[in-house]
Design a protein around this ligand. Sequence first.
Ligand SMILES: [Zn+2]
Length: 298
Amino acid sequence: MTPLGLRIDVDTFRGTREGVPRLLDVLAAHDVKATFFFTLGPDNMGRHLWRLIKPRFAAKMIRSRAASLYGWDILLAGTLWPGRHIGARLGPTLRAAASAGHEVGLHAFDHHRWQAAAGHMTVEALQREIGRGVDAFSDALGKRPDCSAAAGWICNERVLEAKEAFGFRYNSDCRGRSVFAPRLNRRRFAPQVPTTLPTYDELVGRNGVTNESYYDRLLDLMRPGELNVLTGHAEVEGIVCAARFDKFLTTCKNYCFQPAPLARLLDQTARQSDDAIVQAPVAGRDGDVCWQRSALAH
Ligand SMILES: [Zn+2]
């Protein structure tokens, strides 16, 4: 069996309230543990989605039928009324994931703000933003997060530097191909467990991939014996694609892949190689994201 790192990003109020409980049921039925990365602060994701409206993104919204995918309440969150605070309102749902034995970590305080601004914030400003997330996580879950995953894979050297102050055991901030330790100016940062596989919204609508064939395409892209990390979303795998994701988990086992939390992949890596991070695009997504440098050479 090759482990399949299974990371669930929870970006919105509705994704937390509806998607997380459904995913907990599906994962329990398959006796699978995953890593949930939570957004704790205000849900302003509607602002994020509208801010990005330009031809390429509009095409993607139509391609993935965004309104039916996300629901109008997500598209409007934080635009017509102040964003609802997820951690303060939905603590029991977050705690249910932890008590079911899943790994839990910090995704963002304000997901929209992180995606819009983190790329040009100072180390001090980043630390304030991460600190808000750590505090809200601790309030909701009764313990500090020991791992984190930058929203939208928006990460750079200042983000790595800012995160060091929080003592995370590992982070999952970039796209890549192996567990590695970012190295900069002779300094070695906390290890990274990168996402290796494309997300739902990156693949659907390109090269003939449809809602129905996304998970089959994923199985084609998974590599036995190598690092495989899938990032799902509570809004997708927990709501609109829940039935297909359920089937995918069954098929995974037939293909000899065992879904697992990311910490297990870290523990199974004898020695993390050193590598650098760079900014580069990823197919099907708007703008640059953070990459493990050596992965781009492949
Ligand atoms: Zn996210």
